[in-house]
Design a protein around this ligand. Structure first.
Ligand code: OAD
Length: 236
């Protein structure tokens, strides 16, 4: 299947490329995904940790979970998939991930649909800033005295409107959409894949909720298949 996808890339000679990623692109960096074997939602209940209600109820517990993840991610490195994607200097990377690994790999045009785990937001002022070091006190507070929360999208919250507009615009006008490592079950993000009419290629070892929307499906790990496809794009 990968050979057929590479041939399609050579024929299409795509110029506008969008790479749409989920937790699976970071699995080869050792960061657990949410669903599937070893997935975070097997051991934790989303409504106890990733909702505004959970944060109101117990901000320390929620922050302890985020600090655990922040530590894991800080010690991880971008893998061959992130690095290959970063070689496409004109591509738009639309990601559901909050792990910042695309930026660390060198991608410059990144649309973060679900926020960034290394940013915090003041509950009173709604201002955001980067806090990527381990936090001395949990839950952390803003200089104004209000609590800080992770600047991520929780269940029941809307996606940032500017990120949605940018993602939809880029996907609609792309010549090639690469869909890498997402279960394709969390909306609205999963619905964006259907908005693309041209050549679309999915990389995922398992069938996903968006497989049927993609022209080619490559059942392979991101770190193995992504560099091969990106090489074909660069040579086309
Ligand atoms: P999921 O955990 O739902 O899905 C991960 C996908 O990655 C699965 O389809 C796996 O088969 C695939 N996968 C696993 N290892 C892989 C590898 N080495 N290479 C390629 N693919 C691999 O993660 P997402 O689809 O990103 O939302 O989840 C979407 C959203 O659900 C997340 O952004 C998060 C979560 O709840 C929020 O926190 C708002």
């Amino acid at each position: 299947m990968i050979e057929a996808a590479i041939r399609a890339i050579r024929n299409a000679r795509p110029r506008r490329v969008v790479v749409f990623t989920g937790a699976g692109v970071s699995a080869d960096s050792g960061i657990p995904t949410f669903r599937g074997p070893g997935g975070l939602w097997r051991d934790f209940r989303p409504e106890e940790l990733a909702t505004p209600e959970a944060f109101r109820r117990d901000p320390k517990l929620v922050w302890e979970w985020y600090e655990w993840r922040r530590d894991l991610i800080r010690n991880a490195k971008p893998n061959a998939a992130h690095e290959a994607i970063a070689c496409l200097s004109d591509a738009v990377v639309v990601t559901q991930n909050v792990d910042n690994l695309h930026a660390r790999a060198g991608s410059s045009d990144i649309v973060e649909l679900h926020g960034n785990i290394f940013r915090v937001r003041c509950l009173r002022e709604q201002t955001t800033h980067v806090r990527d070091e381990p936090l001395a006190q949990l839950p952390p507070s803003c200089d104004c005295g209000a609590l800080l929360r992770p600047d991520v999208v929780w269940f029941g919250e809307a996606l940032p409107p500017h990120a949605v507009a940018r993602a939809v615009g880029a996907i609609r006008s792309a010549d090639l959409l690469l869909v890498i490592g997402t279960s394709g079950v969390v909306y609205p993000a999963a619905g964006f894949v259907n908005m693309h009419a041209g050549l679309s290629i999915e990389i995922n070892p398992e069938a996903s909720g968006v497989s049927s929307a993609c022209k080619f499906v490559i059942a392979e790990r991101a770190a193995i298949a992504t560099p091969k496809l990106i090489e074909a794009v660069l040579e086309a």
